[in-house]
Design a protein around this ligand. Structure first.
Ligand code: AP5
Ligand code: MG
Ligand code: ZN
Length: 217
């Protein structure tokens, strides 16, 4: 199945993606994670992405869509994918639909994490991210067992540069201006299940499980 995990910055997409992709038995495809990997490796793509990410702006559609198209060509994505942070513009949504249709697939469902802006700001300012595997923590809501050390891989857990308050505000504005309209487009083209993401991590996970079951996943 091909499923989109949709929602504003800080909604909990990355936090919930592991469980959801496990249930669907498809890989977790996060465009933000792919860009951060390139940044860490110092590639030209990473440099380009950084110039947009640091401002809280979107990386241009052609760049993002090319990256996703090549990710879909990898063997593990042959049976579907869980998209996180993509599509973020209507153009990206249209190009994803086109690419999937060339593969004889389509978007089977959308899990839409609904949460207010005020909640999101608090989550992002306290978020910490593993430099090794990308795992996500929160200083109060979900801390690693040892301060600064990833439970999953032992990597260093730090604050993402775009989680500084000013950039967080810019990311939320970008979301409302460019990404929210994608939801209306998705509602016209596939089944969207709204999930209340302003609950504990466990309660959100339970709603996602129910949403997936309703979707047939
Ligand atoms: P990306 O990496 O996708 O960031 P984002 O969409 O801004 O989303 P986040 O990763 O910030 O939030 P999340 O929903 O994953 O929340 P999380 O689970 O971490 O994109 C970064 C940048 O890359 C963009 O700004 C853009 O420049 C570029 N980019 C990426 N994709 C692109 C695209 N398609 N097109 C163009 N540009 C693109 O949770 C947040 C915090 O809250 C954590 O600390 C977590 O522990 C905590 N938390 C989670 N759930 C709960 C809960 N229920 N209760 C309490 N705390 C919780
Ligand atoms: Mg994320
Ligand atoms: Zn890690």
């Amino acid at each position: 199945m091909d499923v989109i995990l949709f929602g504003p910055p800080g909604a909990g997409k990355g936090t919930q993606a592991g469980v959801v992709s496990g249930l669907l038995a498809v890989p977790h495809v996060s465009t933000g994670d792919i860009f951060r990997k390139h940044l860490k490796q110092g590639t030209a793509l990473g440099q380009l992405a950084r110039s947009f990410m640091d401002k809280g702006a979107l990386v241009p559609d052609e760049v993002v869509v090319d990256i996703v198209a090549s990710r879909l060509d990898e063997a593990d994505a042959g049976g579907g994918a869980l998209f996180d942070g993509f599509p973020r513009t209507v153009r990206q949504a249209e190009l994803l639909a086109q690419r999937l249709s060339e593969l004889g697939r389509s978007v089977d469902g959308v899990l839409n994490l609904v949460v207010a802006d005020e909640v999101v700001v608090g989550r992002l300012s306290g978020r910490r991210t593993c430099m090794g595997c990308g795992a996500t923590y929160h200083v109060s809501f979900n801390p690693p067992s040892t301060l600064g050390v990833c439970d999953r891989c032992g990597g260093e857990v730090v604050q993402r540069k775009d989680d500084e308050e000013e950039t967080v505000r810019a990311r939320i504005e970008t979301y409302h201006r460019e990404t929210r309209p994608v939801l209306a487009w998705l509602r016209e083209h596939s089944a969207v299940v709204d999930i209340n993401a302003d609950q504990s991590i466990d309660a959100v996970e339970a709603e996602l499980r129910a949403g997936l079951a309703a979707m047939g996943g």
